[in-house]
Design a protein around this ligand. Structure first.
Ligand code: GTP
Ligand code: MG
Length: 355
């Protein structure tokens, strides 16, 4: 991770268009259908919405880290998140209805902030990475000290490493009599993690998510790790972000929890996300309190969607409703074409098999 506003990857793949172009290229060669890759690309540039090019240095300002908790089943991810929320969320920010949303911010006594994402699940993490929608700056790898490194611990480790996301280890459940901290550390080393006390660079904090033991130290370790990344973003201009959770609420309608990555979201902004679009009618923070604007790294619940976007969709602000509708129509057409071509490829492969 180079750290400098790495949300702004110039060629970050958006939705499925890159895949679509590949498909068209492949299908074009095999079936000689109309539409050369070049033409598709030109049309795409006009009709789709793209992430902006990298920000100018002087526009970049510091932003809080976005942290994802990962680890083996039952090792305490949810308990850890709940305890972090309870112990660290600034009390004054509560006021509205506290809800369980997919992301929340904690503020430390030092004034430092960090945004935590509810475990998106390994599949979602992989999907986001594939779509260039990586929001995670730091992974907290939870390992229960009574169980040690397990299959999903290793899987999480691999995902984080492949995504070049630094890891902070939470050695959890140290309150349990059967906790074997030394054994767990040894297992982590064997799994390829170079822990600090063994001369490496990975911090491991012994915690109890249940009792709250050492949670402040864990957050401190995350913030220290984040400082090394020098995370910055441009809070001006058209908004970019990622949907981390979406649902239809009986009272509020279609709600998408988004993490803003660039720009500052405000009411009235027109957004596209995948094949959904909307105009921001209202916004709520992680404590359920209405807010007027959301700067980078802020989790925000957005209301005003025409269609419900999906978790992992890239959110982009466009000029207006007409443009949003055009982008969505274009994306739907691309997806449809891709589907038809995939079907055609599948049929041809079937035919080949029978020859
Ligand atoms: P999945 O979502 O199923 O993967 O599990 P998880 O990783 O979210 O684990 P969860 O937080 O649900 O915790 C699993 C069990 O471990 C629960 O019964 C927790 O109460 C218990 N637990 C979690 N953290 C601690 C801890 O620090 N100490 C002790 N003694 N128990 C814990
Ligand atoms: Mg859980």
């Amino acid at each position: 991770v180079d750290g400098s506003d790495h949300y702004d990857e110039p060629n970050a793949p958006i939705t499925n268009l890159r895949v679509a172009q590949e498909t068209v290229k492949r299908a074009g060669l095999r079936f000689k259908i109309e539409g050369s890759p070049v033409k598709v690309e030109q049309e795409t540039k006009n009709k789709d919405a793209f992430r902006r090019s990298p920000a100018e240095e002087e526009k970049l300002v510091r932003r809080p880290p976005v942290v994802t908790i990962m680890g083996h089943v039952d090792h305490g991810k949810t308990t850890l998140l709940d305890s972090l929320r309870d112990t660290c969320v600034v009390q004054s920010e509560h006021g509205g209805i506290t809800q369980h949303i997919g992301a929340f911010s904690v503020q430390l006594e030092s004034g430092e902030q960090a945004t935590f994402l509810d475990t998106p699940g390994h599949a979602a993490f992989g999907a986001m990475r594939a779509r260039g929608a990586m929001v995670t700056d730091v992974v907290v790898l939870v390992v229960a000290a009574d169980d040690g490194v397990m299959a999903q611990t290793q899987e999480s480790l691999k995902l984080a490493q492949e995504a070049h996301v630094p890891i902070v280890v939470a050695i959890n459940k140290v309150d349990k009599p059967e906790a074997d901290v030394a054994g767990t550390r040894k297992m982590l080393l064997n799994a390829g993690l170079q822990l600090e006390e063994q001369g490496g660079e990975v911090q491991a904090v012994e915690v109890s998510a249940l009792t709250g033991h050492n949670l402040d130290q864990l957050v401190e370790a995350v913030v220290t790790q984040a400082e090394l990344l020098n995370l910055r973003s441009d809070p001006t201009g058209a908004v970019e972000g990622v949907v981390v959770e979406s649902r239809t609420d009986p009272g509020r309608g279609k709600v998408a929890t988004c993490v803003i990555q660039r720009g500052t979201l405000s009411r009235g902004a027109v957004l596209v996300a995948g094949t959904a679009w909307g105009k921001v009618r209202s916004m709520f923070n992680d404590a359920g309190k209405p807010i007027m604007s959301a700067p980078p790294a802020t989790p925000v619940q957005v209301i005003g969607w025409r269609q419900l976007p999906s978790a992992g969709d890239v959110v982009l602000e466009v000029e207006g409703e007409h443009r949003a509708a055009e982008v969505v129509e274009w994306r739907e057409a691309v997806l449809k074409k891709q589907q038809q071509e995939d079907d055609a490829t599948a049929i041809e492969e079937k035919l080949q098999e029978h020859l």
